[in-house]
Design a protein around this ligand. Structure first.
Ligand code: GLU
Length: 538
């Protein structure tokens, strides 16, 4: 790369980019909202990242716009094999389908930054030519020395206007010296030249007006010694090239945004600065501090959408999918972590979220992740699932457990319908309804100790006979028989209901009692009462 290249880009060769007039034409024509999710493939996607993707997607879809997935892989040291595939599969599982991406293609391909190097080179040259960027030759050791010296004086070293003329760069050196070093092949980086004395302000869609003095910004590296751009340059160039109108990202990027704005200005593209929305953090269940993988490990919940196997250590991290969550429940929960629709409604399909989402209703404060609420969302979605689907899952589980006993599909259907309101996850169904398939061995001792009285034995003996003689074994008629028999024996139904449940199911609680008895059928119920009575002492 040559110092101060001549023949800088002709502004008219990029229509719409360089003059104020054409910029306004650009935005008039390019009204379409375009957002992007731009993860770096450095590991599994944290649920905070999925929420960012979801909000960017919802924002675009609400406005009838496009959502782009761009892979930001310019930091080769942090590249993790399999991470890109993981990100793509995660979004796919969630139903967050990009309009443009590495896999879907699109008019601005490639969508992987490592394949876009020439595009960044073009922009960096422009910044160098205009004197907004400069070469810096300081070695990592030089910088470490500076850092230590600053530390001794109680300062934090920052490569900026206050020190740059004392350091090894093309601003502090003569052009001849710089050319000589460049020609010698020595390592260099390219930094942005931030001028002191400016205030950079922007209107964040979540936080409102934000201002930073330019003295608080360092001369960030735009291109590293390996010739690859840093995130700061690459994402911005891509946002320009891909015509991104709204940047929705995590709040950790807020402090870098003023530098990004200065780069747009330095490129004469101030009119192309997108609107920004910096999303609040996802917090630990306890309420303070960023939600981390360690919190998940400690409290037994996933923080990743899908299971992830670390390619180096082989360590497996659990995923919401593998933990039995429905993708609908997962995104519903994530949508409400930081956004609210302004009503009491909590259950939303992706489609409904697209209709309702507004960035104005995203909270400024961090959102506490509540693992119990996550389960609640799954239960809500399970309650809305077709019984057929649950019946098939239940049948599979029961077969695997060896409890089949020749039950018909209709039996599984009815059992699933009874269990549906009582479980959070499909995988819990068979165990939660074991008594619907297997005669209980043990009866709930606590309930018996507390509630059993001798006269009940004769009541249940009579009841069992009455039930055995009952032709029509439907829930309503069973209930009637129980009530009538109790009345006859001068017992209140309330006294014997839970005991009857214990005799029939072994448990103190469970699915609705009379429908359960109907499902088990007269023969089984009578037998269970008989064998139950033998187990009850007293
Ligand atoms: N590559 C950045 C990340 O990993 C993207 C930040 C942005 O959206 O600008 O978070």
């Amino acid at each position: 790369m040559k110092l101060k290249e001549t023949g800088s880009q002709n502004s008219s060769s990029r229509p719409g980019l360089n003059s104020d007039r054409s910029n306004s034409i650009f935005f008039a024509v390019m009204k379409k909202v375009r957002t992007r999710f731009a993860p770096s493939p450095t590991g599994p996607l944290h649920i905070g990242g999925v929420r960012t993707a979801l909000y960017a997607y919802l924002f675009a879809k609400h406005a009838g716009g496009d959502f782009i997935l761009r892979i930001e892989d310019t930091d080769r040291n942090r590249f993790v094999p399999g991470a890109e595939e993981y990100i793509i599969e995660s979004l796919n599982w969630c139903g967050i389908i990009p309009d443009e991406s590495v896999t879907a293609g699109g008019p601005f391909k490639p969508y992987r930054q490592s394949e876009r190097k020439e595009i960044y080179d073009k922009y960096i040259k422009q910044l160098l030519n205009k004197g907004h960027a400069y070469y810096a030759f300081d070695s990592p050791t030089d910088l470490e020395i500076q850092r230590r010296a600053a530390e001794k004086e109680g300062r934090v070293f920052s490569y900026d206007a206050s020190v740059r003329m004392k350091l090894k760069n093309s601003l502090s050196m003569t052009d001849e010296e710089t050319s000589r070093i460049l020609a010698s092949g020595e390592d260099y980086v390219i930094r942005i030249k931030v001028m002191p004395g400016e205030t950079i302000s922007f209107d964040d869609m979540v936080r409102g007006e934000v201002s930073f003095p330019s003295e608080s910004l360092d001369d960030k590296v735009l291109m590293k010694s390996d010739g690859m751009p840093t995130y700061h340059l690459a994402h911005l160039v891509d946002d320009i090239e891909m015509q991104v109108t709204h940047v929705i990202r995590g709040e950790e990027w807020l402090p870098s945004t003023p530098t990004h704005i200065l780069i747009y200005q330095a490129l004469d593209l101030a009119d192309r600065i997108p609107r920004f929305a910096h999303l609040p953090l996802l917090l630990k269940p306890e309420g303070s501090g960023k939600l981390s993988k360690r919190d998940g490990d400690r409290l037994g919940f996933p923080v990743f959408p899908l299971q992830w196997k670390d390619p180096v250590t082989g360590e497996i991290s659990m995923g919401f999918r593998e933990k039995g969550y429905y993708p609908e429940a997962f995104i519903n929960m994530l949508a409400l972590l930081g956004w609210n629709p302004g009503t009491e409604q909590e259950i939303f399909t992706l489609n409904e979220l697209e209709q309702l989402f507004s960035i104005q209703q995203v909270n400024k404060a961090g959102a506490r992740f509540d693992p119990e609420k996550a389960k609640w969302f799954n239960a809500q979605w399970l309650h809305r699932k077709p019984v057929n689907q649950l019946a098939a899952a239940l049948k599979k589980q029961v077969l695997e457990l060896g409890w089949h006993n020749n039950r018909t599909d209709s039996y599984f259907y009815k059992a699933a319908a009874l269990l549906q309101p009582r479980v959070h996850f499909e995988y819990e169904m068979a165990q939660a309804g074991k008594y619907l398939f297997v005669t209980p061995d043990l009866l709930d001792e606590k309930v018996l100790a507390k509630k059993w009285k001798e006269p009940y034995r004769s009541f249940f003996t009579i009841l069992k006979d009455n039930l055995a003689n009952q032709q029509d074994f439907r829930a309503e008629t069973i209930e009637l028989t129980v009530k009538k028999t109790a009345e006859h024996q001068q017992l209140k139904p309330g006294e014997i209901m839970q005991l009857m449940r214990v005799l029939v199911s072994g448990q103190s609680s469970g699915v609705d009692l009379f429908p359960m008895m109907e499902l088990l059928g007269s023969h089984e119920v009578v037998q269970r009462i008989e064998s139950g009575l033998l187990k009850v002492k007293g």
